[in-house]
Design a protein around this ligand. Structure first.
Ligand code: SF4
Length: 214
């Protein structure tokens, strides 16, 4: 079976057993962007608690978050963990956008993929996974997001070598799948679900997993 066929089979198996995941769980491109920073090294439940704090405090807007003292922003987002670092990273991104386009995230996101990716990666604290999450889920551009689960699942199924880095895994998907935002969106969301439910770091539950036998 070719790599393209195997990737297609993996997708179909996940979709058949788990169904569409309806990602990203954010109400607007701005919320997706904030969530992409807050979700670094934590789960989505904690991100939701942090975003709820910001909403309850009436500061969940571009201008309000950019104007908050960093220490206060850090307090609001404490449930997301690494809150001092994430408050700085979030404001780095907001200040960068302000410099480029003013306070309008949607205008900022309305740029060609390569240029926008380059800009996002130039912001301190925004790495490839965060940048690509913003590109795919907020800007709706066709780029594959790679995370720890993706790497682990592909490695366990012999599709990559241990040393295959972010760009190498991304290339594998993008060279072998149709270049479609909706497909990349659903595929990544399903991999995260499989990683969460079955393909844990220790004791993977292969017996119940849709990818058993591939
Ligand atoms: S849990 Fe097992 S079958 Fe499922 S993705 Fe991981 S290694 Fe594959």
């Amino acid at each position: 079976m070719s790599t393209a066929e195997t990737l297609e089979l993996i997708y179909q198996r996940m979709l058949a057993q788990l169904g569409p995941q309806h990602w990203w769980p954010g109400e607007s491109p701005f919320e997706v962007m904030v969530g992409a920073i807050l979700t670094q090294n934590t789960n989505w439940k904690n991100v939701e608690r942090a975003i709820d704090n910001l909403k309850r405090a009436g500061v969940f807007s571009f201008s309000a978050l950019a104007a908050l003292p960093t220490a206060l922003l850090a307090e609001y987002i404490r449930p997301a963990g690494y809150y001092n670092i994430k408050a700085g990273r979030l404001q780095n991104l907001l200040f960068f956008i302000q410099e480029q386009q003013g306070d309008d995230v949607e205008i900022f996101l309305d740029q060609p993929l390569d240029r926008l990716r380059q800009q996002l990666l130039s912001v301190k604290g925004v790495g490839p996974e965060t940048a690509d999450s913003i590109l795919l889920y907020a800007a709706k551009l066709p780029i594959f997001v790679v995370d720890t689960y993706t790497h682990r699942i592909l490695l366990r199924h012999g599709l990559i070598e241990e040393e295959c880095d972010y760009a190498c895994v991304q290339e594998l998907f993008m060279d072998n799948l149709a270049c479609e935002t909706a497909l990349y969106n659903e595929y990544h969301a399903l991999l995260v679900r499989v990683g969460n439910l079955y393909c844990k770091k220790k004791n993977p539950d292969c017996g119940a997993c849709p990818l058993q036998g591939i």
